[in-house]
Design a binder for this molecule. Structure first.
Ligand SMILES: Nc1ncnc2c1ncn2[C@@H]1O[C@H](COP(=O)(O)OP(=O)(O)O)[C@@H](O)[C@H]1O
Ligand SMILES: [Mg+2]
Length: 228
């Protein structure tokens, strides 16, 4: 299903975007998959590298015949440089390479941070989420120091947010206090899980939903950063 989009994107050059997080279940795979859907909807060619040995994204893609079924590639990133080699191999064929990483294997997340232009660090509203965010941030900063570069750029993404709660409403400002810019939040919404069950992104499954509007806003913010 074509997904309507209310604005035009301006991705001009190829960009590599990775999601990192030391905690499982914070929405890493969900964010990467749905960003892929939003960018595909405006005719960007997207390759999603699933570097998590659990392969949640590949499993999601296999549930249906949506854009993820044509975009997700499993990557075995079990040796230093393996992920970068894969990125270099596919990057000419895409406007965007999106990389999903596992929570429990810091070496793979670090490889992704070494090659990415932009690292997204999702964080839920629980204090436990905030603790593990510090580890992921440290890892991304270490990669930047090793590269002696402004890259990867680093942004927090409030994830699985219940806007009806105080913790949810305050999450963006709590994250701002940690010193990195904060991107538009992604709410905890049932349509996100329903889309996965159908092998689709939210953009494909529920183009008129609030959830699609949230992922679209996130994609627009990401677009601005990588085209700077
Ligand atoms: N915004 C959301 N709304 C509803 N469910 C979500 C949302 N984000 C993630 N989930 C669900 O939470 C679980 C964990 O998300 P996932 O993206 O797999 O996390 P991670 O990749 O960080 O382990 C999955 O079942 C997923 O469908
Ligand atoms: Mg995951």
């Amino acid at each position: 299903m074509a997904c309507p989009t209310a604005f035009s994107f301006i991705v001009l050059s190829m960009a590599i975007i990775a999601v990192l997080g030391r905690k499982g279940g914070i929405g890493k795979s969900t964010i990467i998959g749905n960003l892929a859907g939003e960018f595909a909807a405006i005719d960007r060619s997207v390759i999603v590298l699933d570097a998590d040995p659990q392969h949640s994204l590949a499993a999601w893609a296999s549930q249906g015949e949506g854009m993820l079924s044509r975009s997700v590639e499993k990557v075995k990133a079990d040796s230093t440089g393996a992920l970068e080699a894969k990125v270099r191999k596919v990057q000419k064929a895409a406007d965007l390479v999106l990389i999903d990483t596992p929570p429990g294997i810091p070496e793979i997340a670090y490889q992704a941070a070494l090659v990415a232009d932009l690292v997204l660090l999702p964080c839920g509203p629980s204090p436990l989420d905030l603790f593990s965010l510090k580890d992921a941030l440290a890892q991304a900063l270490k990669a930047r120091a090793e590269r002696r570069s402004k890259k990867p750029r680093i942004r927090f993404v409030p994830s699985r947010v219940l806007m009806s709660t105080n913790l949810g409403r305050n999450l963006s400002s709590t994250l701002e206090e940690m010193g990195k810019k904060v991107l538009p939040p992604i709410g905890l919404r049932i349509v996100v899980a329903e889309a996965v069950a159908n092998g689709l992104t939210v953009c494909e499954y529920a183009p008129n939903s609030v959830s699609h509007a949230e992922f679209e806003a996130l994609a627009k913010a990401v677009d601005k950063i990588v085209t700077r």
